[in-house]
Design a protein around this ligand. Structure first.
Ligand code: ZN
Length: 82
């Protein structure tokens, strides 16, 4: 979950992991750690039609999540973006 700097909805002030509650404070609106951001709008063929769900996970909670997968996730190396 994200908390925005007072008075704006665009500058991130703080990130909180929805799973463990870990808090990161952004510096000048920029993230200092990487995390998993999920934003899903459920469709007609789900039991949540029309609901938008979003949450953020820290890297440790992400690692815990994927350890529960039956099939391994796909990992590809990405070239640095310049
Ligand atoms: Zn966490």
């Amino acid at each position: 979950m994200r908390e925005y700097t007072e008075g704006t909805r665009k500058i991130i002030g703080k990130m909180i992991c929805n799973q463990c509650g870990k808090v990161w404070t952004a510096e000048n609106g920029k993230e200092t750690e990487d995390w998993l951001c999920v934003d899903k709008t459920w469709g007609y063929f789900s039991g949540k039609d029309g609901e938008r769900h979003s949450f953020d996970l820290c890297e440790e909670c992400y690692d815990r999540l994927i350890r529960g997968f039956v099939l391994p996730l796909t990992v590809e190396e990405q070239e640095e973006l310049l």
